[in-house]
Write a protein that binds this ligand. Structure first.
Ligand SMILES: [Zn+2]
Length: 238
């Protein structure tokens, strides 16, 4: 879609990317679905090594339609409302990070990288653009495109939670030095099983970055309210 999609977006009559019923980019009701407070978004089961995840919405209905329109249909103007929602998740993840209270930690936002082929086909990198937009809205924060896909992976759709973890194990690599001691929030658009966030956190920790948490826009509704051993999870997320 890419540049063509962005041009079409300028010249064609728009309908709401959420409900498809109202004129414009997003109607008031669909925009409202992105303005809920950020909440813990633990999947069930919780995969080992998952940094504490935060989300502002459930993945489904109009929110799913917005994210798909943004990623797959070239409606890149949605980066602003979606990035604003992501920024609130980042704030929550930063404020609730484990460890002694030290006020708001200005984090580095590290997006989960897309496959190169997907980026080429879409004409843009959706998670990178969202992370950049969220960082722009948070004073002192910035986005670092620190990760890269080290190998091809199978499509995650339809895989079980365990199969997703196995599919992504070792799939990412750090592509820049200088992450030692840096406080980072891993960001993505959606959390399903948490496998992508686990793999991103694994390589960042291996590079001696300090992973404070994870922030996404939406979580699949099968998430549990909180893991039974949340204390252990929080310790392993450090
Ligand atoms: Zn709408």
């Amino acid at each position: 879609m890419g540049v063509l999609g962005e041009l079409l977006e300028l010249v064609l009559p728009q309908v709401c990317a959420g409900c498809g019923a109202s004129p414009g980019l997003l109607c008031t009701g669909c925009f409202g679905a992105l303005t809920c407070p950020a909440r813990p978004a633990w999947p069930s089961p919780v995969p080992p090594g998952l940094p504490a995840p935060w989300a502002v919405a459930a993945y489904g209905g109009t929110v799913r339609a917005m994210i798909v329109a943004y990623k797959e249909s070239g409606r890149t103007a949605l980066a602003h409302p979606l990035g604003t929602a992501l920024a609130r998740s980042v704030l929550a993840a930063s404020a609730r990070a484990p460890g002694p209270p030290s006020g708001f930690e200005v984090p580095v936002l590290v997006p989960v990288p897309s496959a190169r082929a997907a980026t080429r086909a879409r004409g843009h990198d959706p998670a990178l653009r969202l992370a950049t937009e969220a960082a722009r809205l948070l004073p002192g924060a910035h986005c670092v495109d620190a990760l890269v896909q080290a190998r091809g992976v199978a499509d995650q759709a339809g895989l079980t939670a365990a199969a997703r973890l196995a599919n992504l194990a070792g799939a990412l690599a750090v592509r820049r030095a200088g992450l030692r001691g840096i406080k980072v929030i891993v960001v993505d658009d959606v959390i399903t099983t948490g496998a992508s966030l686990v793999e991103a956190a694994r390589v960042l920790r291996a590079a001696d970055a300090h992973v404070l948490g994870a922030a996404v826009i939406a979580a699949t509704p099968r998430r549990a309210r909180a893991p039974r051993d949340q204390g252990n999870q929080r310790r392993t997320s450090e």
